[in-house]
Design a protein around this ligand. Structure first.
Ligand SMILES: Nc1ncnc2c1ncn2[C@@H]1O[C@H](COP(=O)(O)OP(=O)(O)O)[C@@H](O)[C@H]1O
Ligand SMILES: [Mg+2]
Length: 393
């Protein structure tokens, strides 16, 4: 979205708000707006408290003074009645003025925050450290090789992003994990007690004739927990009594997640879970997944999702499975580094060829097609110039 979008219109709380920028800009602005609102709200609360306190003190003092002015015998000063009486009026005026200021103080609302997920998950049975271990894993369909000789582990609690170009075999690899596809050779060892929840936009795990709440209660979760989960996933108030048939795609997806997260599982395998979802649904699901304390293996093309969630990246690239033991930033950095190594390699090769060519061209009798060689020489020089520039960066 960042590459395509340069303006975002959001309908929020019945208001249309314009953001003049791409998605990153929008996210940034939203965050800043939230901070600003929070600050203003806190200032407002402070000022309100201060004025209230001042008004209360002034009132107290004026009442004290009035008492004294009614009982001049308690006063040591002569003419105390007048003195206190006048003072009391002044203080009372102050109290009134404070009350007035309070009235005119511009009311600031606290910024709205999504319900924080209070995920007390089902007790996770003890699972050993290595959730999955791929040993010399290969997969092909007929003549078509997807990947070969993959060796890697996925540890307990890791959030693993599986990346790669379309058609490289990500879905197939996930299916091997959940036992729906068999490897062509090698194996995947799963820890004992591993209980996998799988999500691939297949919404048939829902009972369409039941309500949202009924669907979630079917997992055996207690009412309070079920309602908390649903509210975190944006089903509020009467929403929970809607029938599933009447839900939008985004709502159905959120409900599947509520069900999934409340079932007795410790590993989530997700195939493009946030495709086709609105931003709010996506963020609600991200929150829920972030709070999930089990292991997650997920495929997505959503850079934000990867950035937020991934603690490890596995990439299928050129029929090889590569593991990056770090989050998205680490992965990007490493890729850039290997890219630079490749550039150096290319430069070396081209420089060699260039030397060869100049040898050939310096002795035209030995070469058959000088024009061709000249063309290649120019071509390579141009390439090298670009590579030198790239290498400097
Ligand atoms: N059951 C199957 N039989 C034959 N070919 C398949 C089968 N499933 C997937 N493929 C092929 O394997 C390749 C990888 O598919 P897939 O795992 O879905 O890729 P990705 O999820 O990375 O886009 C694709 O070319 C796809 O057409
Ligand atoms: Mg796929």
């Amino acid at each position: 979205m960042d590459k395509v979008v340069h303006k975002i219109l959001e309908i929020d709380d019945g208001k249309l708000i314009e953001y003049k920028g791409n998605y990153s800009f929008y996210v940034h602005q939203k965050k800043q707006k939230f901070q600003r609102q929070l600050f203003e709200y806190q200032q407002y609360k402070k000022e309100k408290k201060r004025l209230e306190e001042m008004a209360r003190k002034a009132l107290e003092r004026s009442q004290n003074m009035e008492r004294k002015s009614w009982h001049p015998e308690s006063s040591e000063e002569r003419g105390g009645r007048d003195f206190y009486g006048g003072k009391a009026k002044k203080v009372a005026r102050t109290a009134k003025a404070m009350a007035k200021r309070l009235e005119h103080l511009e009311v600031k609302e606290a910024p709205k925050e999504r319900d924080k997920i209070n995920l007390s998950f089902v007790d996770r049975k003890d699972v050993s450290r290595y959730i999955f271990e791929a040993i010399d894993l290969s997969k092909s369909f007929g003549q078509k090789l997807l990947f070969s000789d993959a060796n890697f582990v996925i540890e307990k609690g890791e959030k693993v992003a599986l990346l790669g170009k379309n058609g490289c075999g990500k879905t197939t690899l996930l299916k091997i994990f959940i036992g729906e596809e068999a490897p062509s050779s090698g194996s995947i060892k799963a820890a004992e007690n591993v209980k996998i929840g799988y999500f691939a936009q297949q919404l048939e795990v829902l009972d369409f004739e039941k309500t949202v709440l009924e669907n979630v209660l079917d997992t055996g979760a207690p009412q309070a927990q079920a309602r908390n989960f649903l509210s975190c996933l944006l089903f509020r108030g009467d929403d929970v009594n809607k029938k599933v048939v009447d839900l939008s795609v985004g709502e159905k997806a959120r409900l599947v997640f509520a069900k999934l997260l409340l079932s007795d599982i410790n590993v989530l395998v997700l195939d493009e879970p946030t495709n086709h979802l609105d931003i709010e649904s996506k963020e609600a699901i991200e929150d829920a997944l972030e709070a999930f304390d089990g292991t997650i293996l997920f495929v997505t093309h959503d850079r934000y999702f990867i950035k937020r969630l991934a603690s490890k990246v596995i990439e299928i690239d050129n029929q090889r499975v590569k593991v990056y033991d770090g989050g998205y930033e680490y992965y990007v950095q490493k890729k850039a580094d290997t890219g630079r190594v490749d550039i150096k390699q290319q430069i070396l090769l081209l420089e060699n060829r260039l030397a060869q060519l100049s040898g050939l061209l310096s002795d035209p009798k030995r070469s058959t097609d000088v024009d061709e060689l000249n063309k290649e020489f120019i071509e390579i020089s141009r390439k090298l110039r670009d590579l030198y520039a790239n290498n400097k960066r």
